[in-house]
Design a protein around this ligand. Structure first.
Ligand code: KG4
Ligand code: ZN
Length: 330
């Protein structure tokens, strides 16, 4: 059965969001129930894998019910189950895959394992149902900053990635240094809006080719805060948040620009993943791509982890061409 006809139930448990969704035809979200564990992990300042896995297991049955009810469907209506198989926290992935296998056996339905990064790209196809490959993608999440060429459904060629921290990880660590707690990315985004990147400029990471690096920038922030010492003001912190954000965004877009110039006949650009919720990145990406290609960034809810994107990717998962080299692809 092609994706046009499929009713897919998606399950996402790779990190700290538990989510179940129903997607029709790989493109239309009938329900997308998301439970964020931020309150569970806040006191620890980051995701605690064991707590995350246990919470996924406890919440999945209820979320499953909500997703089916929300979509007004019942298990016999479902054609396919899709579950995130990686990358992610192993214990968390095991919970999702285990529940997916159990449901597939109980309901007598096929199950497909989905690469989480495919999911982030397919989130753009939920936002714009007419979007088709070929496209150039930038996936910026808590664990990845990957530039990828998607030439057709199921075929992803990674052309650039980070050497050290991912963009989201850099935002989270910077936020912690600035005393913003967890989760850091959205808080840093808000604080940066009240600062100026010019008053406390930070270096812009620069590597050759399409590679990223954010660890030097992180160290620069650490040293600047140390120099400021106890005299650091709220305005300094806001200015540093703005400078850090600008530096990460400049770096992400410098490579995206380069990848665009190296992509002949480019028509579609997708920027997705949790960091694509960042307001400066959204605005600046739109300016960069304007007049050169069509840009799709998923809606905010579809940028961060959710099961609708996994269901969408799962609807197309069976089409992966046999000759794709896994070492160069996701
Ligand atoms: O894709 P995602 O939900 O989970 C992973 O697959 O990792 O991305 C989460 C990351 C976190 O690092 C979070 O701080 C970051 O996305 N993030 C943001 C914003 N919203 C989420 N970073 C910067 N600005 C934001 N508004
Ligand atoms: Zn993600």
């Amino acid at each position: 059965m092609g994706p046009e006809m499929t009713l897919t139930l998606g399950i996402e448990t790779s990190c700290d969001e538990t989510s179940v969704a129903v997607v029709e035809g790989g493109r239309r979200v009938l329900s997308n129930v998301i439970h964020s564990q931020v309150d569970l992990h806040r006191e620890f300042g980051g995701v605690v894998p064991e707590l995350a896995a246990r919470d996924h297991l406890e919440r999945l049955p209820h979320l499953l019910e909500l997703a089916l009810d929300g979509a007004h469907v019942q298990p016999p209506d479902i054609d396919l189950l899709a579950v995130t198989r990686g990358p992610g926290l192993v214990g968390c992935l095991l919970v999702g895959v285990g529940v997916g296998e159990g449901l597939a056996a109980a309901w007598g339905k096929p199950l497909t394992g989905v690469n989480h990064l495919w999911g982030h790209i397919y989130a753009a196809m939920l936002t714009r149902p007419d979007l088709e490959p070929p496209l150039l993608g930038l996936v910026v999440s808590g664990a990845h900053s990957d530039l990828v060429r998607m030439s057709e459904h199921g075929r992803f060629e990674v052309i650039g990635r980070t050497r050290d921290d991912a963009a989201g990880e850099a935002f989270d660590k910077a936020a912690r240094m600035l005393g913003l707690g967890f989760p850091g990315g959205p808080a840093l985004d808000r604080l940066a809006r009240t600062g100026s990147p010019k008053r406390q400029p930070l270096p812009r990471p620069s590597l050759p080719g399409l590679e990223y690096s954010f660890s030097g920038l992180k160290t620069a922030l650490l040293y600047r805060l140390r120099d400021l010492g106890l005299g650091v003001t709220d305005q300094d912190r806001a200015d540093l948040a703005a400078a850090f954000e600008q530096s990460v965004v400049d770096s992400l877009l410098e490579k995206l620009d380069r990848a665009m110039r190296e992509s002949p006949n480019l028509t579609e650009v997708v920027v997705a993943g949790g960091v694509a919720a960042n307001s400066l990145l959204r605005r600046r990406t739109a300016e960069l791509v304007e007049g050169r290609a069509r840009l799709t960034m998923p809606s905010l809810e579809l940028c961060t982890d959710n099961a609708a994107m996994i269901a969408a990717a799962g609807s197309y998962a069976a089409v992966r061409p046999a000759e794709v080299d896994p070492s160069l692809s996701w």
